[in-house]
Design a protein around this ligand. Structure first.
Ligand code: AMP
Length: 550
């Protein structure tokens, strides 16, 4: 028997229509660095999204599911692109401006982007790539920047504001199939070519509802979210979509992502929520320690993308900025788990431990663990294996290119279609996930596994350690052993023996690193995570000054 319910497609257009009417007076504030921040209401965002769609279709000839790329910071215009492009039926392709240029060239060509909307400040990055991007016919420039670098480009160059000027502020959005492509994002790909994840209207709609749940971010129109996580990093974790459902205001840092401006934004614009990877918050913490500010408005900070060090959580908690830890991937839209402690643990000694886990799976995400021999492992909080997930906002394949079939590589998808996350961990009987490592980062020493993350967290708890990254290096006797690279705080006096002794109180002796190196900074990936691949290469090439402490 079929249901008697209406079959209304779950589309980004429905989110847009809702947000720009019911929550039309909520707004996006974009930091400008020098003058007053710029404010635009969701009603205006809707009108300008309609104008942008007219421009893309009428002036630039974008039709069907053609790809329109953005090479932009987090700002109001990027939000307009987030809605105009998918709602007109085209596909939004957010480009990660920190990728190595050869990867950027690869993904623009692979996606066959026809238009690139670019912030003026990023033209020096785009201009030299254009001769290698034959599919790009139009470049639309938004905001200040030297446009002369585009002189001689084969693509036609347009000014964003000039394109929008005078266009109708309403658009007859097509009724789309909810399963059609809305947006795409390439994984940063540590091995092989980057892989394209294509989000559907339906997956974005359902993911947005999950982001809004009280057990996830649970924000309302009384909140302002400081969206530090880039709009090119898994759709800024779904925030620009989720907020139009609920009227949450957005504070966008544009290109001002350094600790100083972020601290100033928090003090003057008084956001209640913020989201970013741990490295951003480590930097902010150092800044706030050196120069205390009024951060009292910020009571909820979502941290994900990499494990949140306990010391960071503690420090933020003590500043009143309560951390909520979450796990996800480009392939999971990204929300996969959120670490809200269960009611029975709140106020008890167990609470902090729950908050440090990666969190609990929401109803939309099913999970299972696989052992080394492919066997399924119990949720006993002890059996460690690779996490596999499935659900309506989890990728089931990668984009195969214009003429190719979707790709389902066997190392990324199980035979029955689950996503193999490459993350290793345990799940407790109550469904809380604790990751111990990336499968490729875990240190295999004498047949036992050492968690690089555990060592890093223990090191970063030392008051004189600003950052620490631990990688596996080859060892004749044990196969692999940990190498600890540490960034010390200014004026630190701790030596390696003292650091090792500090670890000894927290980590089993046999797991303690013998190899140590102080580094000026830990190399970061294009989305601000520790780049262990680079550290391993630096070690192999003899670029690190390594001291052995036996
Ligand atoms: P990306 O697709 O670039 O966002 O990277 C996804 C990967 O980041 C995951 O597979 C994890 O290895 C890692 N990751 C994300 N969130 C967390 C977290 N809370 N704790 C530990 N690792 C995380």
């Amino acid at each position: 028997m079929l249901s008697t319910m209406q079959d209304v497609p779950l589309t980004v257009t429905r989110i847009l229509n809702h947000g720009t009417t019911i929550h039309g007076s909520s707004h996006v504030t974009t930091w400008t660095g020098e003058s007053e921040p710029h404010r635009r209401s969701y009603r205006e965002i809707g009108e300008r999204a309609a104008q942008l769609a007219h421009a893309l279709h009428g002036d630039l000839g974008v039709t069907g599911d053609e790809r329109v790329a953005t090479l932009m910071w987090n700002n109001a215009e990027h939000v307009e692109a987030y809605y105009a492009i998918p709602c007109m039926g085209a596909v939004l392709h957010t480009l990660n401006l920190r990728l190595p240029v050869e990867q950027l060239v690869f993904i623009v060509n692979h996606a066959a982007d026809r238009v690139v909307i670019v912030n003026g400040s990023l033209l020096p990055l785009l201009a030299p790539l254009l001769p290698h991007l034959p599919t790009v016919e139009h470049v639309v420039v938004s905001g200040p920047g030297d446009r002369s670098v585009l002189d001689g480009a084969a693509a036609r160059v347009h000014d964003y504001e000039e394109l929008l000027a005078g266009k109708p502020t309403a658009y007859d959005w097509p009724e789309l199939d909810e399963r059609s492509a809305a947006a795409m994002c390439y994984t940063s790909g540590t091995t092989g070519e980057p892989k394209g994840v294509v989000y559907s209207h339906r997956s974005i709609y359902l993911h947005s509802m999950q982001v809004n749940m009280a057990e996830s971010m649970g924000l309302t129109d009384a909140d302002t979210s400081l969206v530090v996580v880039p709009q090119f990093h898994v759709n800024a974790w779904g925030l620009p979509h989720a907020v139009l459902m609920t009227g949450v205001n957005m504070l966008m840092p544009d290109r001002f992502l350094q600790p100083g401006p972020l601290a100033e934004m928090i003090e003057t614009e008084r956001p209640t929520h913020a989201a970013a990877v741990p490295t951003i918050w480590q930097g902010l913490l150092a800044d706030l320690t050196a120069k205390p500010r009024d951060v009292s408005s910020l009571t909820q900070v979502t941290i994900g993308g990499a494990a949140c060090p306990p010391s960071l959580m503690e420090a933020f908690d003590s500043l009143g900025m309560r951390v909520c830890h979450a796990w996800g991937m480009t392939e999971t839209s990204p929300l996969g788990t959120v670490a809200r402690p269960p009611a029975h643990a709140v106020g008890t000694d167990a609470e902090f431990g729950y908050r440090l886990t990666q969190g609990r799976f929401p109803a939309g995400v099913e999970a299972r663990l696989r052992g080394p021999d492919g066997e399924f492992l119990p949720w006993d909080g002890e059996s460690a294996g690779e996490l596999e997930v499935r659900g309506p906002w989890i990728a089931g394949a990668y984009y195969g290119g214009a003429s190719g079939e979707p790709q389902r590589p066997a190392d990324k998808f199980s035979e029955d279609g689950w996503l193999k996350t490459g993350d290793v961990g345990v799940i407790g009987p109550d469904g809380f996930l604790t990751l111990t490592d990336r499968a490729k980062d875990v240190i295999k020493s004498g047949g036992e596994w050492i968690s690089s993350v555990e060592l890093e967290n223990a090191l970063m708890a030392h008051p004189e350690v600003a950052e620490a990254a631990v990688v596996a290096v080859p060892d004749e006797k044990w196969g692999e052993r940990p190498l600890a690279t540490v960034v010390l705080t200014e004026g630190a006096t701790a030596d390696y023996a003292a650091l090792k002794e500090f670890l000894a109180g927290r980590i089993a002796r046999w797991q303690l690193p013998e190899r140590w190196a102080v580094v000026p900074s830990v190399p970061k990936t294009s989305v601000g995570k520790f780049d262990k691949k680079v550290i391993r290469r630096q070690y192999a090439d003899g670029e690190l000054q390594v001291t052995e402490v036996r």
